[in-house]
Design a protein around this ligand. Sequence first.
Ligand SMILES: [Zn+2]
Length: 254
Amino acid sequence: MLVDTHTHIHEGFDRDGTPEEVFAHAHENGVEKIITIGTSPEDSEKARQFAEEWAKKGEKIYWTWGYHPNMYEEKFRETLTNDLNMALKALESPQNVGIGEIGLDYHFDGFDRERQRELLLELLQIAQDQKKPVSFHIREAFDDFWPIFDNFHLPTSVLHSYSDSKKNLKIALEKDLYIGVNGLATFADIVHAPLERIVLETDAPYLTPAPFRGKMNKPGYVRNIAEWASEYYKVSIAEVEKITTKNAESIYKI
Ligand SMILES: [Zn+2]
């Protein structure tokens, strides 16, 4: 049994079938638990509704409340208090398993870095107070991220879609973070954590793994990432499933 620990399955199915089809494809590939990740207050609300609706229909689907660093709008300060209050309330959802994705992204110009750090501090305070694990999105910003991270005591959390340096990977592992591995591993030259410290994710509908590049990503493709891991770490797929599923279940309590 596999877990997709980071997907955006609630965002819509206009390009690759209905939710029923996407869940069926996941099950055919042994992907039994799915965490759908919010990227803004509005999007997190969609994630909550989607997860609660499909959990009632018997799916093992969970969600997180997130605010992606490239989703902050100019007016975010005006709505921040309200957004954080809504987040606190939404975290009571029976299907909520954490906070994310949140973090820092310095890759693109035009996103105020000070604002990103300010919001990250607010959200980490909530994660700490509510004892919720975090799915972090950190891109080209680790020098600023580490001092912020060190100020909080969080449950064991995850760096999603890690593609930074060897040095930052070592620091992350020393700080008890786990690494989210997705389709990037199948087509990009990136550094990897030990198998014992990874969880699998798709980040669907983005980052479709090889050999399905060009198609829309979906949770069932976690199977392809597990196959990549089996080759890379030179262990059986069963071993990859056992370790990564155990990691996901213990981090997110699912
Ligand atoms: Zn994502």
